[in-house]
Design a protein around this ligand. Structure first.
Ligand SMILES: [Zn+2]
Length: 203
């Protein structure tokens, strides 16, 4: 898919297919309030609704490459939990993550890439150090990073922290295997009520 016009035509055709049944149900609500905000990695090959088996509109989906947290991500998450009163934030990692592979390469070779990708690699390297994780595989780096991303959302947003403290929002840090579809939970924060599947510290 290297031609921009063909790509846009494909999206327009998909739009026609998608909205045809919606137009036929005029007057019915098209979407519900989202039940969760999902912060996913932009290079994940499968969308959040598909991974989590949810319908269109049931998730507020935010993605950046390598889960980079910036002011836009924080503003979106705060809107989700405070205005929409979404009760759950899911930090969704995935196997074979290209961003985490870039971070692992930087760790092994002790070389930070140039350009805007540097930010993603630096944040992932910071996660390895802060978790004291062994940087021996992409999956290990992914696990450490999504936990740190969950913690960072809490630490950098007083709005999210207040909602979690009040028991009105939880954060779950989980990764999917895009081949099997299985989820592996690495940390929970707040009233999520599910123990992590591995030995990373539950915050
Ligand atoms: Zn990724």
């Amino acid at each position: 898919m290297s031609d921009p016009l063909i790509a846009w035509q494909r999206l327009r055709a998909g739009n026609e297919l998608f909205f045809a049944p919606v137009r036929g149900r005029r007057g019915e609500p098209v979407v519900d309030q989202p039940i969760a905000a999902v912060f996913r990695c932009a290079d994940a090959p499968i969308g959040s609704e598909m991974v989590l088996g949810q319908s269109w509109g049931s998730l507020l989906d935010v993605s950046t490459w390598g889960h980079v947290i910036d002011a836009g991500v924080l503003a979106t998450m705060e809107y989700a939990v405070e205005t929409l009163e979404v009760p759950l934030i899911v930090v969704l990692g995935h196997n074979e993550c290209a961003a985490m592979r870039a971070a692992l390469r930087a760790w092994d070779e002790a070389v930070i890439p140039e350009g805007a990708t540097r930010t993603a690699v630096q944040q992932a390297l910071s996660s390895i150090v802060r978790r004291g994780a062994g940087a021996d595989s992409v999956d290990t780096v992914t696990a450490a990073h999504i936990v740190e991303v969950g913690v960072a959302l809490l630490e950098r947003s007083p709005v999210i922290a207040r909602r979690v403290d009040a028991g009105r929002c939880g954060i779950i840090c989980t990764a999917t295997d895009c081949n099997s579809g299985l989820l592996r939970t690495h940390a929970t924060i707040g009233p999520v009520g599910e123990a992590p599947d591995d030995l990373l510290e539950c915050v």
